[in-house]
Structures are given as C-alpha cells and as structure tokens.
Design a protein around this ligand. Sequence first.
Ligand code: IMP
Length: 193
Amino acid sequence: MRRVSRPVGDNKNQTAALHPDIARVLLTEEQIRERIRELGHAITRDYAGRRLTLVGILKGSVMFLSDLMRELDLDCTVDFMCLSSYSGKESTGVVRVMLDLRESAEGRDILVIEDIIDTGLTLSYLMQNLKTRNPRSLEICAFLDKPDCRKVQVRAKYVGFPIPNEFVVGYGLDYNEQYRNLPYVGILKPPRA
Ligand code: IMP
C-alpha cells in the first residue's frame, strides 16, 4: 500500500501515516483504543459471571472484535456470521446470510459485534433471525453508529462512537474491499474525474 509520511492527527501516540486517498481522519488510533477499553469494562461488568458468545459480523467487525475481546475479563466464545447488503457505498436493502454460526445460539448470551449501523436494515434483519433461535439474551455492540441514516429502528446496547452521515473507511470498514487495514477511521477524498 502507498503511504506518505504525514502523521495522522496531532496525537503523540499516533504512528500510522495517512493514506493518500483519505481526506480527513475522523477517529485516531488512540481515540479508538481508549473507547474500546471503556466498552470492554462496561461489557465485563454487565456480563460478570456469565459465559458470553461474541458473534462477529464479517468482514467489517474483525479489527474491532479482536481489540474488544482482549479487553474482556470474562469467559467467552467467538463465532462469526457474514451478511451481505452493500454494493460500493449503497445498501441494496436485501440482506443475505453468506455464512452462518457454527454453534447453536439456543440458551446463550449473544453479543453481536458489528462495525457500523447505518440504515439499520442489516442488523434489524439479523436480530429477527437470531431471536428465532432462542438465545438467553441478545444484544448489539456496534463500533460506529450513524443515527441520522436510520430507515428502521435498531437498539444497540453498546456503541463505540456516534458519527455524522459520512461514508467512512478504515479499522475494518471498506470501500469496495479496500482500506480495511487502516488503523484509524477516515473519510475518503472525492473520486478524481
Ligand atoms: P445498514 O444495513 O445500512 O445499517 O448497513 C450496515 C453495513 O453497511 C455495515 O455493516 C457496513 O458493512 C456497511 N456500511 C454502512 N455504512 C458504511 C460506511 O460508512 N463505511 C463502510 N461501510 C459501511
């Protein structure tokens, strides 16, 4: 990947260089790290004494999940689902399950780990789907939330950061499968004509 040697943000602990396609950094590595620590503490407190099943939604939640689970002082297991509803920057509105859970959800405390809630269509579909499997509890932890974009109501118990209505990439989030490996969240430059 092409990188330039401009530091991201003015944070002393920020080590990554800004990708040339990124116009602006919305969340630095340090901000993300601190917020995930807080989320980890809250989840550890709320699920104390229970065995938690983290359900990571592929692919966008991978970085968030792997950092968050290190902050959990709990017995937990991890499973994955892969859903598809997006093409480029647009939600198609039609959600398809591309990969399902390996384990049964019945009687389990399920915490769905999602990268971002936008229209809410994906998670609304997923929550209805998982509810039919009779989990003991079912909640959502979303890294980002764009509340202004909702088409259907979805309630996330934990949210990393509410953000404005902008298309963001990095820290797991992609545009046409690119930029997932950026360690910060940024806004893309407009495409060149
Ligand atoms: P929703 O169904 O509209 O809530 O969209 C959820 C999914 O759309 C997320 O899991 C992301 O994969 C994708 N998505 C929505 N907004 C963005 C964004 O700003 N950047 C990258 N992916 C996004």
